[in-house]
Design a protein around this ligand. Structure first.
Ligand code: INI
Length: 158
């Protein structure tokens, strides 16, 4: 029996792309800062001059799949992290945006073979989103950790 799992050490050789939605940027900027903190504490250079990290910005979560796919297809990255916040509020748009975003992101991962982390918060209120983006805990940190684990796992599998 072979047990294969990802590790959280030796991340210094990976290259990461993050795609962030500007919509609800009060939330997505906080997710990004949690994400960068985790990457940095696991040995990934997150400085302005980093050759290990690129960050792309899109208008909203609906646009995440296309840009994510474009980056994944370049072959330059071992993992792509998506960050967004879809908040139900009063808008019926909510269901359309989250459905397209989640299905699109999952499809990119399967089609390209590059792990894509689904970092799109889906909440009923802005308060709930903020609680998950740093007011209580920061899921951006968890998304970065999952990215590191998936890089390591894919390397072990291949
Ligand atoms: N985009 C989000 O990222 N979150 C939302 O909550 C949201 N809502 O509710 O409308 C949202 N809409 C914008 C959408 O992602 C696209 O940018 C827009 O429709 C243009 O294609």
């Amino acid at each position: 029996m072979v047990s294969i799992e990802g590790r959280f050490t030796n991340s210094s050789d990976i290259k990461v792309a993050i795609v962030v939605a500007r919509f609800n940027d009060l939330v997505t900027n906080k997710l990004l800062s949690g994400c960068l903190d985790c990457l940095s504490r696991h040995g990934i250079d997150t400085s302005e001059s980093s050759s290990q990290l690129d960050i792309a910005w899109v208008p909203g979560s609906f646009e995440l799949p296309l840009v994510c796919q474009t980056l994944a297809k370049t072959g330059r990255y071992q993992v792509v992290i998506t960050l967004g916040a879809v908040i139900r509020g009063d808008t019926p748009h909510f269901d359309v945006v989250i459905n397209e975003s989640s299905k699109g992101i999952a499809a990119v991962s399967r089609e390209t073979g590059i792990p894509v982390i689904f970092g799109v918060l889906t909440t009923d209120t802005m308060q709930q989103a903020l609680e998950r983006a740093g007011v209580k805990s920061n899921l951006g940190w968890a998304y970065a950790l999952q990215a590191i684990e998936m890089c390591s796992l894919m390397k072990a599998l291949n």
